[in-house]
Design a binder for this molecule. Structure first.
Ligand code: GZL
Length: 333
């Protein structure tokens, strides 16, 4: 009898140990071991840039670290696919829904549906515009207008004391997307008080390297003519991938980005920081994709019924030609 009692005690101890091991994902084992896994539905907008793929990977890695079950859908840049994914998360009765809205408008109906099912929603990376209040619990991401202001402020400093007009080409992100809207607004706020600065062309490259190259080639063909006195002094690109594409288009016709044309971009992914080291880029405003862990903390709070902040903004910086190349971070994306 004694042996059986000892054996059953040992089995109980081992089974508890196995529960801890199964749930030991770096989070609070006690909290994980005794709760059902939280299920997060994430509708990613696409894979348009290296920034975006880094953002997706960061969300996936964070879900594993926090022991959160992740249903992940990639909408390939289509709003209707994101809406379909959110509806499937509602049908699956996930605990929390998160998504990066590809554009700012058109979300009311599906978010009202999520609200009526009491499923909290987190906006990740990008914002929405709506007449309705209370369609989402929190926004987690960057201050795009501030990013635009930082780009413009650096440009004003760069041309301090320089007389004559400054012709600027703007490569916009996806039209209707909050980062494109905010960066354009912030940049104009920073430069509009100085009459020297003129945006002579503004076209969308959809945050994509290929479209940045095509759009810049088109602008160079239509506008750029040193013989006739039409030059481009500055390119302000809403993201690095479009800036890199624009550099390729300029170099194809013998124009040196970073020297003949001042290059300003936003994201600070590896390709842009490398261009800064090479003197092909002059100013890179950081926009971090690394918000996965903060997202999982918000998800945990919402799943537990705790209050969350209405907005959580990332801490970001600016890298410029004036800095020490040795100080530039080594980016895995
Ligand atoms: C910004 C993000 C933008 C990046 C681009 O938070 O939404 O989308 O700046 C990406 O690289 O395509």
């Amino acid at each position: 009898m004694k042996k059986i009692a000892l054996l059953s005690a040992a089995v109980t101890m081992i089974s508890f140990a196995l529960i801890f091991i199964a749930y030991d994902d770096g989070g609070d084992p006690l909290e994980n071991a005794f709760e059902n896994k939280i299920v997060l539905g994430f509708a990613q907008l696409g894979a348009e840039s290296e920034w975006r793929t880094a953002s997706s990977q960061n969300v996936m890695d964070a879900a594993v670290k926090y022991g959160i079950e992740l249903m992940f859908e990639n909408a390939q840049q289509k709003q209707e696919n994101q809406i379909k994914a959110i509806r499937s998360f509602i049908a699956h009765r996930v605990d929390v829904i998160a998504f990066s809205p590809v554009v700012e408008t058109g979300w009311d109906n599906v978010l009202i549906e999520a609200k009526s099912e009491n499923i909290p929603v987190i906006l990740v990376d990008r914002k929405i515009q709506s007449e309705h209040q209370g369609l989402y619990a929190s926004f987690l991401g960057s201050d795009f207008e501030e990013e635009g202001r930082r780009a413009g402020a650096w440009l004003v400093k760069k041309f301090a004391g320089v007389s004559g007009g400054v012709s600027i080409v703007e490569l916009r992100g996806t039209d209707g997307a909050s980062p494109a809207h905010g960066r354009a607004l912030g940049f104009r706020q920073a430069v509009s008080s100085d009459a020297r600065f003129r945006i002579v062309r503004s076209m969308s490259g959809d945050f994509m390297r290929s479209k940045g190259r095509e759009t810049m080639a088109q602008i160079l063909e239509e506008y750029y003519s040193p013989e006739e006195g039409r030059v481009i002094d500055v390119v302000f690109a809403h993201n690095d991938d479009m800036a890199i594409g624009a550099m390729e288009a300029m170099e194809k016709i013998g124009v040196a980005p970073g020297r003949d044309v001042v290059m300003i971009s936003i994201d600070a992914q590896r390709s842009a920081l490398e261009a800064l080291r090479q003197g092909r880029m002059n100013c890179v405003v950081e926009c971090t994709p690394y918000i996965g862990e903060r997202l999982m903390e918000l998800v945990r709070d919402l799943a537990a019924g705790r209050e969350v902040p209405e907005a959580v903004y990332s801490e970001e910086t600016v890298f410029t030609e004036d800095g020490d190349p040795g100080d530039l971070p080594d980016r895995p994306y």
